[in-house]
Structures are given as C-alpha cells and as structure tokens.
Design a protein around this ligand. Sequence first.
Ligand code: HEC
Length: 114
Amino acid sequence: MRKITFAAAAMLLASPAFAADAPGDAARGKQLFVDQGCYTCHGFVGQGGPGLRLAPDPLPAEAIAAYIRNPAGEMPPISAKLLPDQGVRDIQAYLASVKKPPKLADIPLLKAGE
Ligand code: HEC
C-alpha cells in the first residue's frame, strides 16, 4: 500500500479539493445538463429561464460546483454524490462550448429597414 505523508493527509482532510483532473467533455456535459435537470431552469443552452443565464462565458467549474452544492437562493442544492466534480467540469465544458450570439448589427434582417 502507498504511504501518505502526514502533511499530505492533513491537507486532504482540510480542503476537499476540486477533484476533476481530466479536461471537461462537452458532449458528456450536455447529457448531464439534461439528465440532472439543469435545463429545466437554465434553458437547454444555459440561456436562462427561471434560473440565471449560465452561458456563454460560464463560471469556472470550481465556482459552479461551489454554488450548486450550497445555493443561496431559489436553486435546489445538487450534491457531489449526484453530480461529482468531473461531471461539473463536463457541464462547464458544455456551457463554454455555447457560441455567443451575433451582434445585432450583424443580423441582416434587422438592417432591412435601414
Ligand atoms: C429548480 C430550478 C433549478 C435547477 C433544476 C437548477 N438551477 Fe441553477 N439556479 C437556479 C436559480 C433560480 C438560480 C439563481 C440563484 C438562486 O436563486 O439560487 C440558479 C443559479 C445557478 C448558478 C449560479 C449562477 C451565477 O451566475 O451566480 C449556477 C452555476 C447554476 N445555477 C448551475 C446549475 C446547474 C449546473 C444545474 C444542474 C446540475 C442547475 N443549476 C439546476 C435554478 C435552478
């Protein structure tokens, strides 16, 4: 068995570090966003609804994990058991993959009357 030094063990106990070392997988995140029901309040692409807009430009995965496990408002808490750190990282990757909408000035239809 591998030995853990006292200092390392103490650090592990002191701070439950965000345990997602693999890069987020946007396809898996999209699936989780639906399976976990996030879309019901935040919209299919995180555009917002009863819940806040989450994309484009989502919060970092650590911040998302911190919020959903201890929400301060209307949002129901989502435990690490239900959605582990890696799942949060995947959801963050999905939200980060959402493209920004075009600028109004770049939408031809809106310029038709000019
Ligand atoms: C029942 C509705 C509901 C569901 C389901 C839900 N949320 Fe939320 N969420 C909210 C609301 C409402 C807020 C606004 C703050 C508050 O009232 O808690 C929020 C806030 C957030 C925030 C903070 C955003 C910010 O900019 O501060 C994040 C991140 C978030 N939700 C992620 C998620 C994820 C990820 C899921 C799925 C695992 C999820 N939410 C599921 C309703 C929901």
